[in-house]
Design a protein around this ligand. Structure first.
Ligand code: ADP
Ligand code: MG
Ligand code: MG
Length: 476
């Protein structure tokens, strides 16, 4: 039993309250902050209406072998995304039914098809991913929730939480039974910045900039500004921030493929928006996405990397004999398969029947990102029955996934300066960076981690969506 296991439950509410105040002050002093919903300008004006990011007072436990397993998977998944992205027909075919019933996926596929038609090649390919896992309590196995290939959030703030926890453990007498070194170092922020800067260097135009695609209102802007700061300070690379609609208004692609925005050449386009239908309120945003895709700028992600991250592709890759098409190394295939949970397409009538009978054992997922979209329990049953009645391809918009049940443990979560005690479960995210230029793999690394913790009674998990808090981990 780890030391943490004995300290956590015995920390009384008064001590937790005091520690939470210290921790919240540390957040303010170190930029572990987000925009405060209570201030209407906090999502548009930097430096206005800040509040500490929601965090867990102490790190979540994780067995060290599980941690190593998750880290080891990162470069394998990085490589897999690249391989799959090169098979345009596989992406189009796997998503062909989804396309009939899901307008958003259909628009993405349309851009992808256009790029296939002109034989668009991306020589410099940059992926900044986050593979999310839960530890299944029944089998003690690490199972993948999903692989994010676009807008993987919290590389900037996540590593500050690790630093916060290390600091609290080493400075706060109450926690003297813990060892700060058991919170793994976390350099997600500087490693993501490095990958962006190296993609910029491969592009090899000194005057060019990195363009971050952002939402018009973004309360998580400080997570993004951390990357901007590292790129500027360590590599002298300048970042501009643009919404898709601004790109449509002021962007153009020159005959040689150069993307010009505000008269600046763009080397790398880094998407922190563009993953959800809300990011495309009009045709202007779709025109911008297409314009960027047609250009020679490095896209993080390209349309094909983006599509590889869809839930449908995750489910297709889990089918028998599909991984074998993309991965040669037999051991790698075994490692990947070991972390796949049960995933099913809804044209499998048997599994739909089982899910209607036992909805608590499944999660129904549409092709969406950003949290808050999945369907559970009774609503899952009703949705399946309704979609079955509707007939046609309506079911093809979703996939079914085995529900994973991590072990719940007591913890203190701090949000808006208030410390709540509760039973919580955690989701481990491992960041990965992949950069290649033609045949040369420049980077294929694991880049730090993000733990997200939520009360065990909540189905969803997004931090920005208000379900979870940021956390780090304590190796046991
Ligand atoms: P998104 O792309 O919207 O983040 P996810 O697949 O990550 O979609 O699902 C959102 C949240 O739902 C996860 O963070 C997790 O908390 C919960 N979740 C997703 N899949 C499962 C599952 N198979 N078992 C248990 N919880 C899940
Ligand atoms: Mg996601
Ligand atoms: Mg997720």
């Amino acid at each position: 039993m780890s030391a943490a296991a004995t300290v956590l439950p015995s920390m009384d509410p008064a001590a937790a309250e005091e520690l939470a105040r210290e921790a919240a002050a540390w957040c303010a002093l170190h930029g572990l902050v987000v925009g405060d919903r209570a201030d209407p300008r906090s999502g548009t004006v930097p430096g206005v209406g800040l509040v500490h990011a929601p965090f867990s007072l102490l790190p979540a436990h994780l067995p060290e072998p599980i941690w190593r397993q998750a880290c080891e998977l990162a470069p394998i998944f990085n490589d897999l995304v690249d391989r799959v992205s090169l098979d345009g027909n596989f992406l189009q075919e796997s998503l062909s039914k989804t396309k009939q019933v899901d307008d958003f996926t259909s628009r993405l596929l349309e851009i992808h098809r256009k790029m296939m038609e002109i034989n668009k090649e991306e020589n410099i390919r940059l992926g900044l991913f986050r593979s999310d896992y839960m530890l299944d309590s029944e089998t003690s196995s690490l199972l993948q929730i999903e692989l994010n290939t676009i807008s993987a959030s919290f590389p900037g703030l996540g590593c500050l939480v690790s630093e916060l926890h290390r600091t609290l453990i080493s400075q706060y007498g109450y926690l003297s039974s813990l060892e700060h070194k058991r919170v793994p170092e976390n350099a997600a922020s500087s490693q993501f910045a490095e990958a962006l800067a190296r993609a910029w260097a491969e592009f090899n135009v000194d005057s060019a900039v990195v363009m971050m695609i952002v939402q018009p209102e973004e309360r998580n802007m400080y997570d993004q500004y951390w990357l901007t700061k590292h790129m500027q300070e360590s590599y002298g690379v300048t970042t501009i921030r643009k919404t898709l609609s601004q790109v449509e208004a002021v962007g153009q692609v020159l005959p040689d493929g150069t993307l010009l925005v505000d008269g600046k050449k763009v080397a790398v386009v880094y998407y922190r928006a563009g993953y959800a239908p809300n990011d495309y309120p009009s045709e202007a945003e779709w025109r911008a996405r297409l314009l960027i895709e047609q250009s020679s700028a490095v896209k993080c992600p390209s349309i094909s990397y983006h599509l590889v991250g869809t839930k449908k592709i995750q489910q297709e890759l889990a089918k028998p004999n599909v991984l074998e098409r993309f991965v040669e190394d037999k051991e790698e295939i075994v490692k990947l398969r070991k972390c796949f949970a049960g995933l099913w397409s809804l044209d499998d009538e048997e599994i739909v029947k089982t899910a209607i009978e036992k909805p608590e054992l499944f999660v129904l997922k549409p092709q969406r990102e950003g949290g808050g979209n999945n369907i559970y329990g009774l609503e899952l049953r009703e949705t399946l029955i309704r979609l079955q009645k509707e007939g046609g391809d309506a079911l093809a918009a979703y996939i079914l996934m085995q529900r994973i049940f991590p072990k719940a443990s007591p913890a203190y979560l701090v949000r808006g300066g208030i410390c709540h005690e509760g039973l919580v479960i955690s989701e481990l995210g491992i960041y990965g960076a992949y950069l290649r230029n033609k045949d040369k793999v420049v980077i294929n690394d694991q880049c730090g981690y993000l733990m997200r913790t939520k009360v065990s009674s909540s189905d969803e998990g997004g931090v920005a969506a208000g379900f979870a808090v940021l956390d780090s981990l304590y190796l046991t």
